[in-house]
Structure formats: C-alpha cells, structure tokens
Write a new protein. Structure first.
Length: 134
C-alpha cells in the first residue's frame, strides 16, 4: 500500500492512511484496520491527509473532498464546501490541512489552489499566494 500520511493518536498510537479507503491504527503491537463504506462504496480512492480536531474527531482530506470522522467508528460525514467564486458547492482533491497560530484553517488542493476555511464557505487566495511565492 501507498502511505500518504502518518499522524500521532492517543496513547502513543499512530494513524496511517493512503491510497484506498482505509485508516490503520498502529499500536506498536499490531495494525488495526478501520474501513469506510458509504452508499457509493467506496466514497474516495485516497486519503491524502488527516488532522485531529479533538481527541477523537478527525478531518480527512481526500481525493473527493473533506470528511469528518469519529475515531473508533466506520462513519464518515462530508463537509460541504461552498465556492463563492463559482457560486456552487464543490469537491476538491485536498492535499493538506493546516491551522495557523490565529486559529484559521487552511487547505491546499490539487489543481484548485490554496484556501482558507471560514464559517460560511472556503475563501480562495490564489493571487495573493502566487504573489507571495514569487
């Protein structure tokens, strides 16, 4: 399997994810396998990143958008993203998720740029980031 991300979890465990719709829990003794299934089984082909929101709640950045997962369950819920530029809900191939010191959430996507998560929708900053990186 291809591993996309590894993050720490409770009690010295690690969550490992990658290509496929599985997250493995490494507990230094064995891997425990949590599989996700939905009406469109499977929902996504790749988990690109995982970020802890609380002790047992995680966001999954996938090739089919952003999902919320409660640890220890096989239930996932989509986080619907609204693109104010295109004036419609949209799905991004999310590559990374980051929370800055001010508490703002940022999402890096494949082919759709860099976005800030705000309560109403995702806000895009393609021009600002491009000029900063020059």
């Amino acid at each position: 399997k291809s591993v996309q991300c590894i993050i720490p979890h409770n009690n010295g465990q690690f969550l490992i994810a990658g290509v496929g719709n599985e997250i493995f829990v490494y507990d230094k003794v064995k891997l425990k396998d949590y599989k996700y299934y939905s009406f469109d089984d499977p929902v996504f082909k790749s988990i690109n990143t995982i970020v802890a929101i609380s002790d047992d709640e995680y966001w999954l950045g996938t090739d089919q958008g952003l999902w919320k997962w409660q640890f220890g369950t096989n239930l996932i819920h989509p986080i619907i993203l609204y693109d104010p530029i295109r004036e419609k809900s949209t799905t991004f191939d999310i590559q990374c998720i980051f929370k800055d010191r001010a508490g703002h959430w940022w999402i890096g996507t494949q082919y759709s740029g860099f976005w800030q998560l705000v309560p109403e929708y995702f806000k895009s900053f393609p021009q600002r980031i491009a000029s900063t990186l020059k």
